[in-house]
Design a protein around this ligand. Sequence first.
Ligand code: NCD
Length: 309
Amino acid sequence: MERLAKKDVLRADQFTRDEIELIMRRAEGYEASLSRGERLNVMEGKVLATLFFEPSTRTRLSFETAMLRLGGSVITVAEPKSSSAAKGESLHDTIKTVEGYADVIVLRHPKVGAAEEAAAATEKPVINAGDGAGEHPTQSLLDVYTIRKERGKIDGLKIALAGDLKNGRTVHSLARLLKNYAVSLLFVSPDPLRMPRGIVDELKDRGIEVAETDDLRTAIAAVDVLYMTRIQRERFEDEAEYERLKGSYVLTRGMLAERGGGLTVMHPLPRVNEIAADLDGYPGAAYFRQAANGVPVRMALLSLVTETG
Ligand code: NCD
C-alpha cells in the first residue's frame, strides 16, 4: 500500500498496472463513502497547495474538493498574475517557498517539463496537473476510472482518441496509461495534429494495436469508447492555422443514429464546439460523469502520496 508514499505524480507512464489498480480501488472506496455522506478526516491537519499558472476549472476545483472531502485544507494560486511569478520569481524559488507551507503541491504550468523541475526542487510530493502540451497524468487516471465504470472493464476495448492529438496533454497521458491494458487504439485527427510519433512507437513496442485516421465517422462505427478533445488554440503559433482546423470535428447526436446506443463518449472538457449540446442526453455521453469522477480519483491520489509509508 505504501508504494506511492511520498512519490511525485509527473507522467502517466510512471505507473505500473498494479499501481493504477491500487488507485482505482481506493477511489472506488472513496466514491462509496461520499455517496453514503460520510465525513472523512484522513487528511486532517494537512495542507494542499494548488499552483495554477494556466486556466483551469475542473482540475483545480476537483483537487481542492478532494482535499476538503478528506478533511484537509487548501491554499491556492489560481491567478498567475497574483503571485510573485509575475514579478519574475523562478519556479524553483516559488516551490521552495510553498514547500514550507504545504504537505503536497499540485502544479499546472504552461511549460513542458515544469512539474519535473518543481519536483526536483522539493522533497514534498508534486503532482503534475498539466505541463503545457506535455502530460496530464491525473486526468488520465480519472479517464481510466471512468472507462472502467462506464464499460465494466478496460481490457478488450476499442478506444478512439480524437481531435488535437499533437498538442493535447490529456490524450498523451491517456495513451501512455492505456499501454498497461490489452486495448486497441484508433487515433483520429487532421494530419497536422497527429499523435506524436514517439508515443505511437511506445505503444507499438508494447504490442498495442494502433491505427490512425482523419475520419471521425470511421471511429464512431468501430469503437466502444470515443474520447473527443478540443483543438488546443493556446498552443498554436499561427492563428490562421487554428482557424483552419478548429471545426475539424463536431460530433452531433445525428451522427450516432446508425450506431444506436452502446458508444461511450468522453471529453476532458472544456468543449468548444466539438460535441454538440444535443448529445448531452445520449445515454453514453459520459463527460460530466467523467468530470465528477475527478474527485474520488484525486482523493485517492492525495491520500496515497501523503502516506508516511
Ligand atoms: C484539459 C487540460 O487542461 O489539458 N482540461 C482538463 O484538465 N480537464 C483539456 C483541455 O484544456 O482541452
